[in-house]
Ligand binder design. Structure first.
Ligand code: SAM
Length: 336
């Protein structure tokens, strides 16, 4: 255990929301090219020296833990493309005050890395999967790999990482006819399928405008498949609303960033791969932590910088269909 001074006042933003959750992007690179996320040729990746080392990330997590952050989610880009991710999981698991480490992944590389990740302390995993059909998977992700993803999900459940949350971005004309196939997974297994509205970023404005399906429509269509009752999510609801079919071990969730704002419950901030503390997924408010970190700032000083950043966390985002509210080109830049 790395001892952390836990006596400091916890982080609270200017709207009295306690901030206890930090999403950490470990890379901006990805091994898929999902049509709603990034161009086929990829983006201009960060340079190696711009990206925080695992030791630097751990230093920042230690500072965050000292001001009340309790949950960490590793994300990206695709976090499993960064070498030896288990080393970072082990470092974070050893930090006093951190009691939850989760991973968001497309699961292409999950099966091979699972044992090391679990041994290091990983406890939960969210898998992104937009189609259960091979041809569709490849059309949306612009790369093959469905079998590897499904094996990764099975392996994660077998390793005790269940209940798995499966995130599916719903797009009209591309995969919205698979709502029932995804929903059926929840009748058989303790899987929480979360349908997500396509969100606008600079790279996808055309796609987003043409394919957007609101969560109300998604839910109405899932309701046609059987009676649903509202239920709690596996770790509370976060941004999702969950519903279960009668007797089902899993549940269907909807996440509605555009049609239903969840900003009043926001408890999170994000650390980008290049060391900026980003205060809102959809706004450019951010504080550079890499420069002070590399200049030798103490954990206490870094924690106070995090506290000062709370003042620029916006009350809510202002997303609208077909418009972005930030300069972000794709979520992979900041850890979606
Ligand atoms: N590679 C990891 C994964 O696949 O989960 C982590 C990063 S990925 C950017 C995180 C999530 O953001 C994925 O579920 C992805 O589908 C979603 N995402 C990316 N761009 C999106 C957009 N424009 N609208 C909605 N969801 C998006």
């Amino acid at each position: 255990m790395t001892t952390v001074d836990l006596t400091r006042e916890p982080l609270v933003d200017g709207f009295r929301r306690p901030i206890t959750y930090l999403r950490v992007s470990v890379t901006d690179k990805c091994n898929l090219r999902c049509v709603y996320c990034m161009p086929e040729a990829g983006l201009a990746w960060l340079q190696r020296d711009e990206i925080l080392s695992y030791e630097e990330i751990a230093q920042l997590v230690r500072a965050a833990a000292s001001v009340g952050v309790r949950s960490i989610r590793l994300t990206g880009g695709e976090p499993l493309v960064r070498r030896d991710l288990y080393r970072l999981v082990a470092e974070i698991a050893a930090i006093d005050g951190i009691d939850d480490i989760a991973l968001s992944t497309n699961a292409l590389l999950l099966e091979g890395q699972l044992d090391a990740l679990v041994a290091a302390g990983l406890r939960r995993v969210n898998v992104s999967l937009d189609s259960l059909r091979h041809d569709r998977f490849e059309a949306i992700a612009r790369r093959p790999g469905l079998d590897a993803v499904l094996s990764g999900i099975d392996a994660a459940i077998a390793a005790g990482l269940g209940p798995i949350k499966l995130n599916c971005v719903v797009m009209r004309g591309q995969n919205d006819d698979e709502l029932s196939a995804f929903a059926d997974l929840t009748r058989e297994r303790a899987i929480f399928v979360r349908f997500i509205e396509v969100m606008p970023v600079h790279e996808n404005l055309g796609v987003q405008h043409d394919t957007y399906v609101s969560s109300d429509e998604i839910l109405a269509r899932v309701r046609e498949l059987g009676e649903l009752r509202p239920v709690e999510g596996p770790q509370g609801n976060g941004p999702a609303r969950y519903f279960a079919f009668d007797g089902a071990p899993g549940a269907v969730g909807v996440i509605s960033p555009l049609s239903h704002e969840y900003c009043d419950r926001c408890n999170r901030v994000r650390l980008t791969a290049d060391g900026r503390l980003r205060l809102c997924l959809f706004g450019d408010h951010a504080l550079d932590l890499k420069t002070p970190l590399r200049a030798g700032a103490s954990s206490g000083a870094l924690a106070e910088l995090m506290r000062s950043a709370m003042l620029i966390k916006p009350e809510r985002h202002h997303l609208r269909l077909g418009e972005t509210s930030s300069r972000m080109r794709a979520f992979s830049e900041i850890g979606g």
